[in-house]
Design a protein around this ligand. Structure first.
Ligand code: SF4
Ligand code: SF4
Length: 319
């Protein structure tokens, strides 16, 4: 993103109605944008003082050095890292260009962050190659000092991908999640949080889950790419374009645009199964990008049975 586009982005964000604005700096690998880019962000946040800026970065941690960690620490960035469990499971999918596993390099970055008092959360992506190792993955993350865990199911959105060797079935995902829940119970450490369990527990307690894939709040997220074009959450890729920070003067121009209105209307249509589901307010048809047409052609959350199954499993275990 060119400096002038970045500045325009902050002008745009500064006009948002909210006092607090959370920005997730995502890539690809966002650290490839370089330290100068992030120093520019910090200067802009100091220039536009009308907001509380909350910065989150999701990185594979491989480029983290003392300078990066110092920059994040001095400017209160929340850091999430992508660690897929143990060395064995991580290295099954995350290899460098020479075909070697990247676990050790990533953990080296994590340890540098910790020396600067940054204790990153982790997003662990689960594929067909690793789904059988729930216990090992969970235990390894705990042994390596992670307290905030999230698990992403690998979901293939490419239409021309005929031999998918990574995506999980609903049943595989449910087995994985219930095994993680069992491990979490055995661990009995309330300081360890697992996003997928937290969402359900929060809803049981207060009828309000805390995550977009439960709450049906997809429309609250926007992705702005390096040109300034505005899209839905990055899971959508570039299929649906809402416009550009260069063509809209304010946030309200984006939210009232015809493309966004139509897109939102489409993702909020509930299939019949959801309409009669007792967990509808917990789930809201799951992640809007992880859906497949039901028998009536209405997109239904691909991992519906996992959501129902995990809820009932937790309910039964916690009585
Ligand atoms: S659990 Fe299944 S049926 Fe219920 S709201 Fe979610 S996707 Fe719909
Ligand atoms: S596409 Fe999925 S992950 Fe992205 S905002 Fe919507 S519900 Fe959340």
């Amino acid at each position: 993103m060119l400096p002038e586009t970045l500045e325009k982005l902050f002008v745009f964000l500064n006009l948002l109605p909210q006092d607090r604005v959370r920005i997730n700096w995502n890539g690809g690998e966002p650290l490839l944008a370089g330290k100068d880019f992030f120093s520019r962000i910090i200067r802009l946040e100091k220039k536009y003082t009308g907001k509380v800026w909350l910065n989150m970065i999701q990185t594979n941690a491989m480029l983290v050095d003392n300078e990066w960690a110092g920059l994040f620490s001095a400017n209160d960035f929340r850091v999430g890292v992508s660690i897929d469990g143990s060395k064995e499971t991580h290295d099954k999918n995350r290899k460098n260009i020479a075909g070697q596993g990247t676990y050790e390099k990533a953990m080296c970055g994590v340890n540098i962050l910790r020396t600067h008092n940054i204790y990153p959360s982790t997003i662990c992506t689960i594929t067909k190659k690793t789904v059988k190792y729930a216990k090992e993955i969970f235990r390894s993350l705990i042994e390596n000092g992670f307290k905030n865990l999230a698990f992403n199911v690998f979901y293939n959105t490419a239409s021309d991908y005929s031999e998918d060797i990574y995506s999980l079935t609903d049943k595989e995902w449910l087995n994985f999640l219930t095994e993680v829940f069992d491990e979490w119970l055995i661990l009995n450490d309330p300081t360890v949080r697992v996003r997928e369990i937290d969402g359900i527990l929060a809803w049981v307690k207060s009828r309000s889950a805390n995550n977009c894939t439960y709450r049906g709040t997809c429309y609250q997220w926007f992705a702005v790419d390096y040109t300034g074009d505005i899209y839905p959450c990055e899971r959508y890729g570039k299929i649906t374009r809402f416009g550009s920070i260069n063509s809209y003067e304010t946030f309200s121009g984006t939210v009232t645009s015809s493309v966004l209105t139509k897109w939102r209307k489409n993702i909020e249509v509930l299939p019949q199964k959801c309409q009669s589901c007792s967990l509808q307010s917990l789930c809201n048809n799951g992640c809007s990008q992880h859906r497949e047409a039901d028998t009536q052609g209405v997109p239904l959350y691909t991992y519906c049975e996992s959501r129902l199954g995990l809820y009932y499993y937790i309910q039964q275990k916690l009585n």
